[in-house]
Design a protein around this ligand. Structure first.
Ligand code: SF4
Length: 121
């Protein structure tokens, strides 16, 4: 039996996952917790949020995230890909920063639009 906190919503239900009984989940207040608990043990994934450098904007970094979950074991390698990225303003929400991360069919996308800075910025 493995104990987990469900991270799908802020309620944070305490889950018990029974590996010896088909990964049956108890303690979940809704079906999403059962899906999360089973997946977390069999194939854990996460959405990654980070920032990348941007030139020509009023701030030096712009937030990005993956547009779908990627396997937990690939997070470090995926984050490394962002080190070499420098965007040029303007950028818009949804712009692809890194396409098809590590061949995982997920992209890093911009999550905040930034216009080109003017002298008054
Ligand atoms: S089990 Fe459902 S209600 Fe409980 S934290 Fe997870 S998503 Fe939220």
């Amino acid at each position: 039996m493995t104990e987990l906190i469900c991270i799908v919503c802020p309620k944070g239900c305490h889950l018990h996952v029974d590996e010896k009984n088909g990964y049956t989940v108890t303690g979940n207040a809704c079906p999403r917790g059962a899906i999360y608990g089973k997946k977390e043990l069999l194939h854990p994934t996460r959405t990654i949020t980070s920032t990348v450098r941007i030139e020509g904007a009023s701030i030096p970094r712009v937030p990005v995230k993956t547009d779908r979950d990627i396997p937990k074991e690939d997070i470090f390698a995926a984050m490394k890909l962002l080190d070499s990225v420098t965007l040029q303003a303007p950028v818009h929400v949804g712009d692809i920063v890194v396409a098809n991360i590590l061949g995982l069919d997920a992209n890093f996308v911009v999550t905040r639009s930034l216009e080109q800075a003017t002298d008054s910025d």
